[in-house]
Design a protein around this ligand. Structure first.
Ligand code: SF4
Length: 407
């Protein structure tokens, strides 16, 4: 496949839009092939989590109820976190029973939950069709708040060579109910209901779409889920507290910025196309120049909302001083910060993490240029909650268990 436009030629914004539009259509058509199953229980009840407000009003109309009930239900589902219709005290008992008959307010079921020595908590959730994905809560070490890392797909189509998750084929996209459900179930685990309002501190205070999968290859479901989470009458998490991490699906970045306005993180990991082509093969389609141009266009970026560049530090591969200087050149003019992440070794990978000295020297060059460059040490190592290792280990564990059972 050729690149949508030559990487160095000046191209008008109309031409960029036209090319992006056709690419977007292609990506959306491909995404539809991996659509999640309809969220309906075996006894035919419709899942209400994951419906937009309009869809909620529609399903209520279908059972002969007035659409205004949607507002009431929204409050109970997303503000109060109630899953049992009989606890929705502002709804009359006969209607509670009717809702129970037709609908369900569910959660993904919890297969395993582990809490690390550093308090990172990893959840393995199972969905109705038996597929599973992992979610991780990473508490802030100094304050009562933390980030929930959410998965957007089961498996991944991209094969970033440093990522263990990337060795698992894409099984399917997660639906809006399953994406919102991960966050709601994580909040169940900490009892964080009703949803804190306004400036009231939240324990689960930010969302990072950095779990399994490429969120921009499942944009429709991710966008729907984020709109539900941002809705001011429900969970009401500000767009400033949500970060989507992409390997660089350029045509979808504009749409994400325009429609959601959430923060952006880029899995960069290399500053030259020849190396990035190997580490992040999606680069062959959307090379660094196009990626950086899309970052410059990203509407939600500002000095208070910087674009985060994730950079896995791999010994003798991408961690030289020259590469640090090139990184600075690439991000010049952008409101940006750089997260430096020492590579997390996994069986079968020849890569090794950069040395402490290399990390320090690289970080210093970036900081001297005026950019924040924190070195992110892996969290939850003892429970295998490190980036890109989650589902794989769970699968391997289950395979070992089933082998034992068969023996
Ligand atoms: S880094 Fe992200 S996009 Fe790349 S293979 Fe891993 S999960 Fe997929």
């Amino acid at each position: 496949m050729t690149h949508p436009m030559p990487s160095s030629a000046p191209v008008s914004s109309d031409a960029v839009n036209a090319l992006n539009e056709s690419e977007r259509k292609r990506i959306e058509a491909k995404s539809a092939l991996f659509a999640p199953p309809t969220p309906v229980t075996e006894d035919g009840r419709r899942e209400l989590v994951g419906l937009s407000r309009e869809e909620l009003a529609e399903v209520l109309t279908e059972i002969g109820e007035k659409p205004f009930r949607a507002k009431q239900l929204w409050h109970w589902i997303y503000h109060q976190g109630v899953t049992d219709f009989s606890r929705m005290s502002t709804i009359a008992r006969p209607l509670q029973a009717k809702l129970e008959k037709h609908f369900i307010v569910g959660r993904p079921s919890l297969t395993t939950q582990q809490t690390s020595k550093d308090d990172t908590r990893k959840f393995l959730f199972r969905f109705r069709d038996g597929q599973e994905a992992e979610t991780v809560y990473i508490p802030d070490r100094r304050e009562d708040r933390g980030a929930v890392c959410i998965s957007s797909q089961v498996g991944c189509t991209l094969s970033c060579t440093f990522c263990h998750t990337g060795t698992q084929k894409l099984v399917r996209n997660l639906g809006a109910a399953e994406i919102v459900g991960q966050f709601m179930a994580a909040r169940d685990s900490y009892g964080e209901w009703p949803s804190p309002k306004g400036d009231t501190p939240r324990l689960l205070s930010t969302i990072v779409l950095m779990g399994m999968g490429e969120p921009l290859y499942n944009y429709e479901n991710v966008a729907k889920a984020m709109k539900i989470i941002m809705d001011g009458e429900g969970i009401a998490l500000s767009r400033r507290r949500i970060t989507l991490s992409t390997s660089g699906v350029v045509p979808m970045m504009d749409r994400c910025g325009d429609e959601l306005g959430i923060n952006l993180a880029i899995s960069l990991h290399a500053v030259r196309n020849d190396l990035r082509d190997q580490l992040v093969p999606l680069n062959r389609k959307y090379p660094i120049e196009e990626l950086m141009a899309a970052c410059h266009r990203y509407p939600a970026a500002s000095n208070s909302r910087r674009i985060t560049f994730e950079y896995i530090m791999i010994r003798d591969v991408n961690d030289s001083d020259a590469e640090a200087r090139e990184l600075v050149r690439l991000i010049r003019g952008l409101p940006a910060k750089v997260n430096l992440i020492p590579f997390n070794p996994w069986p079968g990978s020849d890569f090794r993490p950069s040395t402490r000295e290399r990390l320090a020297s690289f970080a210093q060059i970036v900081m001297d240029a005026g950019y924040a460059a924190p070195i992110r040490m892996p969290r939850g190592k003892d429970i295998l909650a490190a980036c890109g290792q989650l589902k794989t280990q769970s699968e391997r564990k289950r395979q070992a268990e089933s082998r034992r059972n068969e023996a």
